[in-house]
Design a protein around this ligand. Structure first.
Ligand code: ACM
Length: 261
């Protein structure tokens, strides 16, 4: 299976421009699954609920979904991308998995970062997994990474590949993913954005460093700050084997009765 990520610097509020750039960057890349950053079409620094609401879209419809669905039908690739999801009067910081068959799954960010708490509703769907091309897939959004329980839950539910779309501003996640991948025996494809946003007295610098990590904690690909698409061939079945050696199995050896609840 060929998996990859798109790393770029979306412009706040310029949805059509960000979508057009995405197509230009992705059109020539053959892959099975490509991950895009969190909130890739809108930008990150919403100053009010009204501003967020104006750029939010329902799951499975709206300009961002229609654009990515059309692109997936052309490229035959499946995309995981972050978007502001409207559901009634609530807005979630969500990731969609969209491919030639249509909408495959939605994940709603469970752990909101900093002032996202003033704008978004925390996820209410737990950690769902989805099957694409016979591979079990889980999604996370940015700050979810800091809770080991998030990826652990997906891995215990059978996820072989974690698609992690991000707008990282702290430097810790790319290295932490070596441990997250190793301790769960999963592949991680992390797509972070680059660039800066300065709006209404709020200043964010996004760290790039998108990467693909193997179930053994090896960094298969890691980039710096460049705008790029990187694709790598992986064998998702490697994530089905949780044995560390002939005596240890990552999951079978868990001592659930002695851990904190
Ligand atoms: C983040 O969760 N966007 C840092």
């Amino acid at each position: 299976m060929k998996v990859g990520f798109l790393q770029f610097d979306p412009v706040f509020g310029e949805k059509q421009e960000n979508l057009d750039r995405t197509t230009a960057l992705l059109a020539d890349h053959a892959a099975d699954i490509i991950v895009l950053p969190e909130l890739f079409a809108t930008g990150y620094t919403f100053l009010s609920p009204e501003e967020l609401s104006a750029l939010a879209e329902p799951a499975g419809s709206g300009p961002t979904y229609e654009h990515m669905y059309a692109l997936s039908r052309t490229t035959k690739c499946c995309y995981s991308y972050g978007f502001a999801e409207r559901d009634g009067d609530r807005i979630y910081n969500s990731a969609a998995l969209v491919g030639p068959p249509g909408l495959i799954g939605i994940y709603r960010k469970n752990h909101l970062f900093f002032e996202e708490k003033l704008l978004f509703t925390p996820g209410d769907m737990g950690f769902p997994v989805f099957t694409y091309k016979s591979v079990c897939i889980g999604m996370l959004v940015c700050y979810d990474w800091i809770y080991p329980e998030a990826m652990r839950t997906l891995a215990l539910k059978g996820a072989q590949i974690i698609l992690h779309g991000a707008n990282l501003v702290m430097p810790y996640c790319p290295d932490a993913h070596k441990t997250r991948a190793l301790e769960n025996g999963v592949f991680i494809v992390m797509a972070n954005r680059t660039g800066e946003e300065h709006r209404g007295g709020k200043d964010y610098t996004f760290i790039g460093s998108s990467e693909i990590v193997s179930p053994r904690g090896e960094i298969l690909v890691r980039v710096d700050q460049q705008t790029c698409v990187e694709v790598n061939e992986i064998d998702p079945d490697q994530a089905l084997d949780k044995r560390m050696n002939t005596c240890n199995d990552l999951f079978l050896d868990r001592r659930q009765n002695i851990y904190f609840k």
